[in-house]
Design a protein around this ligand. Structure first.
Ligand SMILES: Cc1ncc(COP(=O)(O)O)c(C=O)c1O
Length: 392
């Protein structure tokens, strides 16, 4: 049968119903993640088809499962690492140090020393303090200046925390680097994770072009333009739209091949690779008179576990059931709670489901991004186990 800790193979289409039937999920305390590693290869192919000029450096923070990171390393992505441990993970997965960018603009000095030891040559910076820190601990490092260019709408905006002002500060930072003898080799930005203002990429690439000109005037060899993350996870038609905007913008502002264009996609690669299967262990009905107005289900994972994406990543998760003949089943207004004693542990406020019972299973698709690495076993409820699959 299926093995935990190993990659299980399948032919044709991954049959979720069969898997949950075969796994003794009734006996399992924790929820089950079903990870289809073949999705990663499909996504990589999609990326190359739409943006062949842009090399993806997978943002490890998004899902740091070693099996996932290894699979991406085999496919040939680079890696965006935010810490010493992420660098270690990427290297252990087989990544080449030259294909790792240390893309956390605020780095503890010990992590910077580790990057130096491991010959991670490129780091992003967005303040003078970080430039002085790099001067002190790793002056051989190449610098990429991260500037702020926010999408008007994004699931998780990042601009309050990172990115220098492109007009006021970026030039000053480059001048400071020059005066300290450090090498600036490019620029980066992040429009915000889960961006839905796609022209933001165009605005940012135009800004990068001006900064490239200034860097070149200072005598820097400007050779890396990093367009960050923010790409859609599960919806490839939206990705096609974003990539059209990015590609047109690159043709306009960076037509020559002498600049390497990289990106730091996280969600894009992993969101649709995971489906989370949970078990209902308790139920409550809110009634007015004899009528049940609302059915409430309590399941074995919640916002303190891998469904933390509801809180931190502002994800609107969707739920599916496993009963047969869905079209003919009456649906009821339902609310889904996580297992802990905290009322904040609410997964879906309102959805419509058939009348489910304790012991029934429900599935949440597209659960690979910003879920697993953040999950905690609060209240003693274990985080999900993962079964890996790959098509042959
Ligand atoms: C520096 C950096 N790069 C890349 C990413 C990945 O973003 P996304 O998952 O939206 O592609 C993040 C996400 O927070 C980030 O902070």
């Amino acid at each position: 049968m299926y093995k935990f800790g190993k990659i299980n193979s399948y032919e044709g289409i991954l049959d979720l119903k069969k898997i949950v039937k075969d796994v003794d999920i009734e006996e399992m305390e924790e929820a089950l993640n079903i990870c289809d590693l073949s999705v990663l290869a499909k996504k990589y192919k999609t990326w190359l088809k739409h943006m062949p000029r842009v090399k993806p450096y997978y943002a490890v923070k998004c899902n740091d499962d070693a099996v996932v990171v290894k699979e991406l390393a085999k496919l040939g992505t680079g890696f965006d690492c935010a810490s010493k441990n992420e660098i270690k993970l990427a290297l252990e997965a087989g990544a080449n140090p030259e294909e790792i960018i240390f893309a956390n603009p605020c780095k503890p000095a010990s992590h910077l020393q580790y990057a130096k030891e491991k010959k991670i040559m490129t780091s992003t910076v967005d303040t003078e303090f970080e430039i002085y820190k790099i001067f002190e601990h790793y002056p051989e490092s190449n610098l990429v200046i991260r500037f702020r260019c926010e999408a008007k709408v994004a699931q998780c905006p990042l601009g309050d925390k990172f990115g220098c002002d492109a007009e006021e500060d970026a030039a000053a930072l480059m001048l400071l680097a020059k005066s300290l003898g450090l090498a600036v080799i490019g620029t980066s930005f992040h429009v915000g994770s889960g961006c839905s203002d796609y022209p933001a990429y165009n605005r940012a690439i135009a800004t990068a072009k001006s900064l490239f000109k200034f860097g070149q005037l200072l005598g820097f060899e400007m050779k890396i333009m990093d367009i960050g993350g923010g790409f859609p996870g599960a919806d490839d038609s939206k990705f096609a739209t974003v990539s059209e905007i990015v590609s047109a913008s690159l043709d306009k502002y960076f037509p020559d091949d002498d600049v390497e264009i990289i990106a730091e996609p996280g969600r894009f690669f992993v969101a649709s690779a995971y489906t989370l299967v949970c078990k209902i262990h308790a139920k409550r009905e809110i009634r007015s008179g004899k009528k049940a107005d609302l059915k409430m289900y309590y399941i074995n994972d919640g916002v303190y576990g891998s469904l933390n994406c509801v809180l931190y990543d502002h994800q609107k998760v969707t739920v599916e059931h496993f009963l047969d003949d869905d079209d003919n089943l009456k649906k009821f207004k339902s609310l889904i709670w996580g297992p802990t004693c905290d009322a904040l542990d609410k997964i879906i406020e309102e959805t419509y489901l058939p009348n489910l019972s304790c012991g029934d299973l429900v599935a949440f698709p597209n659960m690979g991004a910003y879920t697993v690495p953040i999950a905690s076993p609060f209240n003693g409820f274990l985080v999900p186990k993962t079964l890996y699959f790959k098509s042959v």
